[in-house]
Design a protein around this ligand. Structure first.
Ligand SMILES: [Cu+2]
Length: 122
């Protein structure tokens, strides 16, 4: 007659332990800032480009999306090593880039001549 209650208690304890394990797993989420993508929005409209030389801080190796929305075709020029050019068309285009070395990298336009953003890489 005593065996039945003991089994019931064992089952109840096992159930609590399973619940504890599930909760621990569910709360194990990481938020790493270096894994985040930095988005730089660039607008070309009526011959004017914005931003006009803003500094954007990024980490070396961080993913950066240059998102260009333009009403005319043109190209961006990035003064990295090697230099890179990003031709864009009318509409919105995304250029994913990463910069491995610390320093200040300028993204500019040559027509009209203008520094758009300075990527401060640390
Ligand atoms: Cu240039």
């Amino acid at each position: 007659m005593q065996r039945l209650p003991r089994r019931a208690l064992g089952t109840a304890l096992a159930g609590i332990m399973l619940l504890g394990t599930a909760t621990a797993c569910g709360s194990d989420e990481k938020a790493g800032s270096d894994d985040e993508v930095v988005t730089v929005d660039i607008t070309v409209k009526d011959g004017a480009i914005t931003p006009k030389g803003d500094r954007v801080k990024v980490a070396a190796g961080q993913k950066i999306d240059l998102v260009v929305t333009s009403d005319t075709a043109g190209s961006l020029h990035m003064h990295s090593d090697p230099e890179q050019e990003f031709p864009y068309d009318v509409g919105t285009e995304t250029f994913p880039i990463t910069i491995d070395r610390p320093g200040v990298i300028e993204v500019e336009s040559h027509d009209p001549p203008q520094i758009i953003v300075q990527l401060e890489v640390r």
